[in-house]
Design a protein around this ligand. Structure first.
Ligand SMILES: [Zn+2]
Length: 117
């Protein structure tokens, strides 16, 4: 990859990061409001429980993604970006274009997903 590619991907990562940070604090507010408005009949409570669980799930996912992005940005800064964190192989550019925060090559990513199951 060229130097321009790195700075372009870094820009994308920083943009995505600020978007996620905003979404994250919005969700935190939603959860707070839901908890504060907790009165009403059982159906309301059940529905807001469900909504809150979904928000929690999305918030978790958002935070996972943020930590990947942070790691990718650090790797760009210290010149390790584009190499697999596990085996050290080059990560193909096409993969980075689609998922700029990938720190594993496809093989290692698939391997780690399999071992998690
Ligand atoms: Zn690898």
């Amino acid at each position: 990859m060229k130097k321009e590619d790195f700075s372009r991907l870094k820009k994308i990562l920083i943009q995505k990061r600020s978007f996620l940070l905003r979404a994250d604090s919005d969700m935190a507010n939603d959860i707070k409001e839901e908890t504060m408005n907790r009165h009403g009949d059982d159906v309301d409570v059940a529905e807001s429980d469900y909504g809150q669980a979904m928000t929690f799930l999305m918030k978790n996912r958002c935070q996972d993604e943020l930590s990947y992005i942070d790691e990718a940005i650090v790797r760009i800064d210290n010149g390790e970006y584009g190499m697999c964190a596990e085996c050290g192989d080059k990560i193909i550019k096409k993969r980075l274009e689609v998922m700029p925060y990938s720190i594993l090559c496809i093989e290692c990513q698939e391997g780690s997903e399999k071992s998690r199951v």
